[in-house]
Design a protein around this ligand. Structure first.
Ligand code: R5P
Length: 292
């Protein structure tokens, strides 16, 4: 087995290979002047099980084209099995036609991955109504989770925590993590008006006074869910607030806007950024160990 660091997976590829004690190579990825992607393997992959580590942040569509080129080339060069290890994978939300005429992008992207890979593994996939990866991909798929990293971080760093989930979908992260570490939790309600606008409600009174509030969610994108939640918690008397997410995407200058609230922001390194205090490389390595 060989680990390939694609352009958005290099922050994890080497560490994954080290955990497994196997070879790591970095894919050579360049741009032609007209922005077309140039890609080259610096050494042969013939007869190998090849693991592509690629996360999807920033120019996600380019990242997708890159792994497709990489997979097709590896197969052409004689690779045996192609595994996509995606710390963060996009396009999982549009799983139906919400409005007439829309593209069901989840279906299209899954079809492309099925065509080029033998297996996919994703950490805490941001799914909408479809909850099972095997209903999305025809190839073998694995849902990995960073649950235990979040639980361990809270246990180690935050005394007397009250875990808050900003919406029903965060139940899995907030309530379950609270149970794992024997802490209290509360799940709020959220109404989403658009990709950027949300309203968060308290469905019961919560006693936030003197508690170390930890808001746990799977993803921070525009940051508006957290900013709205922080506002309500402060009104309820909360002083010290930490926000923990698996995936820190941080669009719309949200990291700066969140920092202005005074809350501490922590994420894993599925996407590299300054908040990434929890390392997911071992989660992927452990999953790959079973494939060797
Ligand atoms: C629910 O939709 C998710 O768990 C997150 O709360 C949401 O995706 C965060 O998005 P944003 O940061 O744009 O509010």
């Amino acid at each position: 087995m060989l680990i390939i660091g694609c352009s958005k997976g290099r922050h994890l590829g080497k560490a994954i290979a080290e955990h497994l004690g196997i070879e790591y190579i970095e894919l050579e990825v360049k741009r032609f002047p007209d922005n077309e992607i140039y890609l080259r393997y610096p050494k042969g992959v013939s007869g190998e099980d090849v693991v592509f580590v690629q996360s999807f942040y920033g120019e996600i569509n380019d990242a997708l084209v890159e792994v497709i080129f990489a997979a097709e080339t590896a197969e052409d060069l004689g690779a045996k099995r192609l595994i996509l290890a995606a710390p963060y994978f996009p396009y999982l939300r549009q799983d139906k036609r919400f409005k007439e005429g829309e593209c069901i992008s989840l279906r299209t992207v899954a079809g492309v991955i099925d065509d080029f890979f033998d297996e996919i593994m994703i950490i805490d996939p941001h799914l909408h109504s479809e909850k099972t990866l095997s209903h999305i991909f025809k190839i073998h798929s694995k849902k990995l989770t960073a649950d235990h990293l979040i639980a361990a971080y809270i246990k180690e760093n935050i005394k007397n925590p009250l875990l808050v989930g900003p919406d029903e979908e965060s139940y899995r992260w907030a309530k379950k993590t609270a149970e794992d570490i024997g802490a209290e939790s509360v799940i709020l309600e959220k109404e989403r008006h658009s990709g950027r606008e949300v309203t968060v409600f308290f469905n019961k009174e919560i006693n936030a006074k003197d508690k170390n509030i930890v808001i746990v969610d799977d993803i921070i994108s525009t940051g508006n869910t957290l900013i709205e939640t922080i506002k309500h918690l402060k009104q309820a008397g909360a002083r010290k607030i930490t926000c923990i997410a698996v995936h820190g995407i941080f669009t719309d200058n949200s990291l700066a806007r969140l920092s202005e609230t005074g809350a501490k922001i922590i994420s894993t390194n599925t996407i590299p950024n300054e908040t990434a205090e929890m390392d997911v490389s071992k989660i992927i390595a452990d999953a790959l160990k079973k494939e060797k």
